[in-house]
Design a protein around this ligand. Structure first.
Ligand code: NHW
Length: 406
């Protein structure tokens, strides 16, 4: 609770009414489990009414016109950095990938329209995910893209949207939520920091993302971040459909090393990791094959950010999931994992550069501490806090859900 947005518990007028852990109880050893038990039959069948002039809708993301409306709402009003230099630009391909994962239902694409103008002014969404916290796995609504039009801010609409996605989840028998935010709310289960690795330093400098360090020269920076043309890992190739089962198995074992992680069914892995051939590429996934066996896997996705001052975009790569047999040897061989991850991530940087991405982001979670410095990532000023709704857990180490950077 020491972040710049931290408030004492009583100041969280909405969140103090919700089944989330409170500040001041950190570090306590508790038995993991739900905070509140309810029954489906006790859940309201209808949404809470909105103030006059606004109405609930569900958004049809299959419809090009409707997804464009969500795109435009987010493009104009979603998350910005503190200096308002950049704002996420979630193109429809990314929105569909993120919100139409296996198990998605249209009723979770919740919008608010102005009754007269029909304009979409607020949005929230969720997809179902399987989350494992230590030895317990449960279904959870992963909530994302909460957005309120700038003209309607501060009017307590966000809590109404959050209660609506909770109600819809509860009616489906889902009682837990998972979400991330840059702001501090009661109470993160895990917190990580963003790290950035320049791929196109000149562009990052020109748009104000990367300052020139004191005493340095632009050409030094360009040289510092230069990368080879070709990857180095033997057996590295693009992941294909035939690799899905092997990747799921490897990931399950690798993610088993962390206290908290998602569990992927084959169909989910196919959705999250295999690029769609017929639209703009969102996700890049690679495997290392050694004598017919998949020994390593990594993936990254791209989300653009608008450069607010000049209408250009930054193409930002986000490190997604990875796994390596090098982390699974008995006994655990940390130096071997470090060497392997550095080789894999260096190849990921090369591939991202080849795909014309400008910067590569990673969080301080999973085993990323083993390569961030060596691969020339620098600490950013953004933090990402991970939250569970209606779940109490003892402190989580190495908490991971890379998807939640979206
Ligand atoms: S985080 C990105 C959230 N979106 C943005 O930052 C976009 C730009 N900002 C906005 O659109 C990824 C507005 O400022 C928003 C707040 C809409 C953020 N999460 O309406 P009021 C996600 O999408 C609390 C949760 O007056 P506003 C994850 C705030 O603390 N709560 O504010 C979303 C205060 O409560 P308090 C947030 O500025 C997860 C109340 O909202 C929040 O007009 C959602 C003020 O409301 C945030 N990011 O609109 C939770 N930001 O207690 C899912 C502010 O302090 C929970 N607030 O009085 C799980 C549900 C599913 C359960 C299933 C069983």
């Amino acid at each position: 609770a020491s972040g710049k947005n931290a408030k004492d518990m009583g100041a969280y007028k909405f969140w103090q009414t919700q089944p989330v852990p409170k500040f001041g109880e950190e570090g306590a050893k508790v038995e993991d489990g739900p905070l509140k038990m309810q029954k489906v039959e006790d859940i309201d069948k209808e949404p809470q009414p909105l103030v006059a002039g606004f109405e609930w809708v569900t958004v049809d993301l299959m419809d090009d016109g409707e997804i464009k409306e969500v795109y435009e709402l987010l493009n104009g009003h979603y998350v910005e950095d503190d200096e308002a230099m950049f704002r996420f630009n979630y193109i429809p391909e990314v929105l569909r990938w993120a919100m139409m994962a296996p198990g998605w239902q249209r009723k979770y694409h919740i919008g608010v329209r102005a009754s007269q103008s029909r304009k979409l002014v607020a949005f929230i969404s969720a997809i179902p995910v399987q989350i494992r916290v230590r030895d317990k796995t449960f279904t959870s609504s992963e909530v994302n893209f909460l957005c309120v039009h700038k003209k309607l801010r501060g009017k307590r609409l966000a809590p109404v949207l959050i209660k609506e996605v909770t109600r819809i989840s509860n009616l489906d028998g889902v009682w837990q939520g998972l979400y991330t935010a840059g702001v501090v709310l009661p109470r993160p289960v895990s917190t990580s920091r963003y790290y950035h690795r320049a791929l196109n330093w000149k562009k990052l400098h020109a748009c104000g993302f990367s300052p020139l360090p004191a005493g340095s020269k632009p050409e030094y920076q360009v040289r510092k971040y230069a990368l080879p043309e070709t990857t180095a890992t033997k057996g590295l190739r693009e992941m294909q459909d035939k690799d899905v089962d092997a990747v799921v198995g490897l990931l399950k074992r690798y993610l088993g090393r962390y206290d908290m992680a998602p569990e992927f069914a084959a169909e989910e892995a196919r959705h999250w990791f295999l690029p769609k051939k017929d639209s703009k590429q969102v996700i890049w996934s690679y495997v290392v094959e050694d004598n017919g066996k998949i020994t390593d896997f990594f993936s990254f996705f791209c989300v653009e950010s608008s450069i607010i001052k000049n209408n250009d975009v930054l193409r930002v790569a986000y490190l997604f999931y990875y796994a390596s047999e090098a982390g699974l040897s008995e006994p655990f061989d940390k130096p071997a994992l470090k060497t392997r991850l550095n080789a894999l991530i260096n190849d990921a940087l090369i591939l991202a550069k080849r795909a014309k991405l400008d910067v590569f982001n990673a969080l301080s979670l999973m085993d990323n501490a083993l390569f961030l410095e060596q691969q020339k990532f620098g600490a950013g000023d953004g933090q990402l806090h991970y939250y569970l709704f209606n779940y109490r857990a003892s402190p989580i180490s190495g908490g991971v859900n890379a998807k939640n950077q979206l």
